[in-house]
Design a protein around this ligand. Structure first.
Ligand code: IVH
Length: 670
């Protein structure tokens, strides 16, 4: 055997043992034997560097630190799930599914644990890991390939599957997470080093994969479980159970807890079973996902408002614990609202230490009769933000103190206003440092302008040193000014300036959200951006014009008009524009103009993607998806068993595409 053959043999042995260990959880050799094989390979590669390839198991942490993350467009959007809070809502879901499918019969469901981590997409081309990205906003995520490569449970090359070999292109989706044990260990280390601990395993997983330096990610024990796909060429899959089996045989780890159920009652029993096991599992789960098993039925059910109609997340009951309120402090948010926050004696709740809980407002404190010194029941709602359920009055000693909201803002000292009809108290000082800090944090947050590296600590310094008075000032700070800040080295100052430059291209929808206009959340911002296409046109819009948009009500339109009638806000926008912040929709929002206005009709069962996914791809490119064929139809995409629509298309001479041809055409033009 020559050196090259030896190297190839070692690589495939290591790959096989990796698979036995991570995917099957059934190793055939000891860790020491594995390490010996790896060392042997390393030795040969050191002697013959010309034989090193990027998919060698020695090359997981090869990449140099990045300057910033690139963007990755998801060919098929990554959706989120609607929630069911109890059994009744699950039964409603089942009724809805059967009504939409026009059947009285039972539906086959698959129940999977809902992992509490970070959704990622991996693209394998000819079996090789090529790109890995975060979910981002569902359409565009961040390129974190270099970090995902360091996760040992992620194969760098796929095992050729028995039925179809290596798919030419496989986009596989799953959750990256941290096991409870590794999370506790990481936080212990961080505290030893004087670093702030992560709030929960989810945050630590998310923080770990969003590192510019892959060596940091490699040092964090991350794990992965796969559960769905985007595009999977050549894979003939009819159901979720088949998909999971095929992923597993490719070497992609799937959950061992999955249950196939032949009706909704069995699915509910599986959910209860997962909930009972949750504390014994090595990782956190915050619910169970119930999915219609058949892909054909999934495709018929489609999706609404970014969630599939064929799946639902059954949320587990929050976990509760007792603790004592040692103090109540007041925080001021970006809208000036004062929020009382309970400082708690630290208590562990589902594996996480809790030290604070929001008390919302004065009315809430009175209603629950909560006092400083009280013993209280806390729970993690949605399993992240802790809340106080009730105080235990039988534990009172008489030393508890009543809390009253202050009349003055704790940050700037200005008298606060209690707004009629609202339970909130608000600081109305436009120059209040807390409001400014909140606005800056919102403006720079990931879903807004995404200014990488501008965290709370830096923002606090910028405000306290009076270097920034509005968000527009961020773009005027010089390199030297950034260097004045504590713990700011040359490299980090350069990175921040670069991140600010990149953020200017965020586009209209992100900008509108970032401005923090009351009632304008992400969805509304997107809607406004699409509808008006520029800040100028939106700022000229009247109440009537705004309200003519279906999704916009009077409250939202009031607040938009009010925002744009303020001289100060107009000045702010002018300064942002002068700084080079893009005031139009991002070009990639509409991906390709070749399809603008083109009408597509899908008929028959699609194989590789669902119908809503296909329709979304058309819409993303500015086209329209219609349900009936007419002379105005440009393309008919015919899947399996296409019937009368296909006939009509032939008669009318409309261009007919197969699913493959459609994907090739629409992807080729990306
Ligand atoms: S399926 C359209 N399966 O939950 C289908 N998602 O709210 C969406 N998640 O972004 C994905 N475990 O991060 C699916 N077994 C599972 C999951 C799961 C966790 C996460 C995922 C997704 C979010 C949806």
């Amino acid at each position: 055997m020559n050196v090259q053959e030896k190297i190839l043999k070692l690589r495939s042995q290591l790959q096989y043992h990796n698979y036995r260990y991570y995917v099957l959880d059934d190793p055939e050799i000891s860790d020491t034997q594995y390490d010996m094989l790896l060392r042997e390979l390393e030795q040969l590669e050191t002697e013959h560097p010309e034989l090193i390839t990027s998919d060698s198991p020695t090359q997981r942490v090869g990449a140099q630190p990045l300057e910033a993350f690139g963007a990755v467009d998801h060919a098929v959007p990554m959706l989120s799930l609607a929630n069911a809070m109890d059994e009744e809502e699950v039964l409603d879901f089942d009724s809805r599914v059967r009504r939409l499918l026009e059947t009285d019969g039972d539906i086959d469901y698959v129940v999977e644990p809902k992992l509490d981590g970070l959704a990622v997409e991996l693209i394998y081309i000819n079996g090789k890991l090529t790109v890995g990205s975060t979910r981002g906003d569902g359409r565009t995520g961040e390129d974190i390939t270099h970090n995902l490569r360091t996760i040992k449970a992620i194969p760098l090359v796929l095992i050729p599957e028995a039925n179809y070999g290596k798919p030419r292109r496989l986009e596989v989706r799953g959750e990256v997470f941290m096991n409870k044990k590794d999370f506790a260990e990481l936080n212990r280390l961080r505290q030893d080093n004087g670093e702030p601990p992560f709030a929960n395993p989810r945050n630590s997983a998310a923080g770990s994969v969003r590192q510019l330096d892959p060596r940091i990610t490699a040092s964090r024990c991350l794990d992965v479980i796969f559960y769905s796909i985007g595009i999977a060429e050549e894979m003939q899959i009819q159901s979720q159970t088949e998909l999971l089996a095929q992923l597993k045989s490719c070497g992609l780890k799937t959950s061992q807890l999955v249950k196939t159920c032949s009706n909704i009652q069995e699915a509910l029993a599986a959910c209860a079973d997962f909930e009972a096991q949750r504390n014994d599992l090595p990782y956190e789960i915050d619910g169970a996902v119930i999915k219609v098993n058949s892909f054909e039925l999934q495709s018929r059910l489609g999706e609404v408002s970014r969630s599939p109609r064929w799946a639902i997340a059954f949320k587990f009951k929050p976990q509760q614990a007792f603790t004592i309120i040692s103090d109540i402090i007041v925080q001021v948010g970006r809208t000036g609202v004062l929020t009382p926050v309970a400082v708690l004696e630290p208590v562990r709740l589902s594996g996480v230490e809790i030290q604070r809980a929001t008390l919302h407002n004065q009315d809430e404190i009175q209603r629950k009769d909560i006092r400083i010194g009280d013993t209280v029941v806390v729970q993690r709602a949605g399993d992240v933000i802790p809340e106080i359920v009730k105080s235990v009055s039988s534990k009172r000693t008489g030393n508890e103190k009543l809390f009253i909201m202050p009349d003055f803002c704790p940050e700037c000292g200005q008298k606060v206003m209690r707004i009629k009809g609202e339970s909130a108290c608000r600081c109305t000082n436009a120059a209040c440092p807390a409001i400014l800090k909140g606005s800056l944090a919102h403006f720079s947050s990931r879903r807004a302008m995404n200014i990488d590296g501008l965290g709370d600590a830096l923002i606090a310094q910028l405000v306290e040193k009076q270097l920034v008075r509005t968000v527009a000032d961020l773009y005027t700070l010089s390199f030297e000014t950034w260097l004045i800040l504590d713990r700011m080295a040359k490299k980090s100052a350069e990175n921040i300036i670069k991140a600010l430059e990149i953020s200017k291209q965020a586009g209209l929808e992100k900008l509108l959200f970032a401005l923090g206009i009351r009632h304008v959340g992400e969805q509304t911002a997107q809607l406004l951006a699409r509808h008006f296409g520029s800040v100028k046109r939106l700022s000229d819009a009247s109440h009537d014009q705004l309200q003519n948009i279906h999704e916009i009500g009077p409250e939202v339109s009031d607040s938009i008009v009010e925002f744009f009638s303020s001289e100060e806000n107009l000045r702010l926008l002018k300064r942002l524009e002068d700084a080079g912040v893009v005031m139009e929709p991002k070009q990639s929002a509409i991906l390709d103009s070749v399809y603008t206005g083109k009408v597509f009709v899908f008929t028959g069962a699609l194989n590789r993607i669902t119908r809503p996914q296909a329709e979304d791809m058309v819409r993303q490119r500015g086209g329209k998806a219609s349900s009936s064929v007419s002379a105005k139809t440009d393309y008919v995409v015919a899947g399996l068993d296409a019937g009368s629509k296909l006939e009509k298309a032939k008669k009318l001479g409309v261009t007919i595409l197969s699913e493959d041809a459609f994907l090739q055409m629409i992807e080729g033009k990306l």
